[in-house]
Ligand binder design. Structure first.
Ligand SMILES: Cc1ncc(COP(=O)(O)O)c(C=O)c1O
Length: 392
């Protein structure tokens, strides 16, 4: 028998999205055609200037270790981009370049959490938050949010009620996976007020910050007040905005007192993010934005088609997503739990949807649909669902 495995590691769970995809792969191997509305990954290719910059970096021999905080030119490009696009004012010393936002989030958690600390996780939430908190030895505390007409909102009283003397941080995700919401300035100000009152860190996941549609505006919680700027650590990446998921390039924006600690942890755990990709990322910020606009326009058409199609199914309520590339559809309780509904839909129709239960108990009667796929595939999948779903 092998020696004991870490309790923190054993307390983490697996990914529902991956489990659904594996089940679909088994059906596909038997000949079933699969429509994948599960995976949260852009179907677009990387902008050409980014590819060219990566090739040039290889040809120029730029494949050496770089500063664990990131290339100075990249950190300067991030400063410009964040200020002009999201109103986040930070110096290059506040930026730490990481391996995607997974890398940013886990680095931040190691930097601010001690074993036994509690972290408030606004639910519904992206599953890995809870797992990353556990891996740091801390305790995730889910705070279920209410809905208005099927649309989740952040009610700060619920967050305030969950604060204990052990609470150390709140995780805030806007644009919000899986809900498709973009949090309003009022919602963010409410959260920031609680953090100020109880002296908490705000861990702000802004990975969908570029994917915001007409009528909504992405506001960074770091920008709502001078106090919020001092206690917010932003985690974000180029994965969703520039269609660079596999390139694994993200960054933290931290108060300057915290940034050296993040750099130290990034150094100990990864040495630095891949140098070639850091050179490519400079091109993304300097030349990639027109491609981001193009992708956003196409996502906007898809979200309209998805919300319209889902609302045409009897019993299903799907608010128009304000941001991200996810639609979150409420289903009748009479259909049963979301996991069971998603599994039987996969088996009957070959359509992969993510059960709401993956995002917390408050999301049990919901299904998440990723529209990071073509309009043709969206119409095909919706057609299959319309035929298969029972009347409400
Ligand atoms: C809310 C959220 N945060 C972070 C990530 C991680 O993205 P990456 O590490 O590719 O930047 C994802 C990916 O699906 C996500 O949905």
């Amino acid at each position: 028998m092998s020696p004991k495995i870490s309790e923190f590691a054993l307390s983490t769970g697996g990914s529902t999205v991956v489990a659904m995809r594996r089940a679909a792969d088994a059906l596909e191997a038997k000949g079933m055609s699969i429509v994948d509305f599960g995976v949260g990954e852009p179907d677009f290719d990387v902008p050409p200037p980014v590819k060219e910059a990566a090739l040039k970096a290889i040809q120029d021999g730029n494949g050496k270790y770089v500063d664990p905080a990131g290339l100075p030119e990249l950190r300067n490009a991030i400063v410009q981009y964040e200020q002009s696009r999201h109103g986040v004012v930070a110096s290059a010393d506040a930026i730490v370049v990481t391996n995607g936002s997974y890398g940013a989030l886990s680095t931040i958690m190691r930097a601010v959490l001690d074993p036994g600390d509690e972290v408030l996780v606004i639910e519904p939430c992206w599953g890995p938050y809870r797992q990353m908190v556990r891996l740091s030895g801390a305790v995730p505390v889910g705070v279920a949010m209410p809905t208005i007409e099927g649309r989740f909102i952040v009610e700060s009283d619920r967050i305030a009620a969950a604060v204990t003397p052990r609470t150390r941080a709140i995780i805030v995700n806007t644009p919000w996976n899986p809900t498709g919401r973009v949090l309003s300035r009022d919602e963010l100000t409410g959260i920031a007020g609680i953090a100020e009152e109880h002296d908490l860190w705000i861990i702000a996941d802004e990975v969908y910050g570029e994917l915001v549609y007409e009528g909504s505006e992405h506001v960074s919680i770091a920008s709502v007040s001078p106090d919020a700027a001092q206690r917010t650590v932003i985690a974000t990446s180029l994965s969703k905005s520039f269609a660079m998921t596999g390139w694994r390039l993200g960054y933290c924006i931290a108060p300057e007192s915290l940034a050296p600690v993040l750099t130290k942890i990034n150094h100990i755990t990864t040495r630095c993010a891949a140098s070639i990709i850091q050179f490519a990322a400079i091109a993304a910020f300097e030349q990639g934005l027109p491609f981001v606009e193009e992708m956003r326009d196409i996502y906007a058409q898809r979200r309209n088609a998805v919300a319209r199609g889902l609302n045409q199914i009897e019993g299903v309520v799907c608010p128009l997503p304000e941001g991200t590339f996810y639609a979150l559809a409420q289903i009748p309780e009479s259909w049963g739990g979301s996991r069971q509904v998603a599994e039987s839909l996969l088996n009957e129709t070959g359509v992969i949807l993510t059960p709401g239960s993956a995002y917390g108990a408050s999301c049990e009667h919901y299904l998440r649909l990723s529209f990071a796929t073509s309009l043709e595939i969206i119409e095909e999948g919706l057609g299959r669902l319309r035929h298969a779903l029972p009347p409400a």
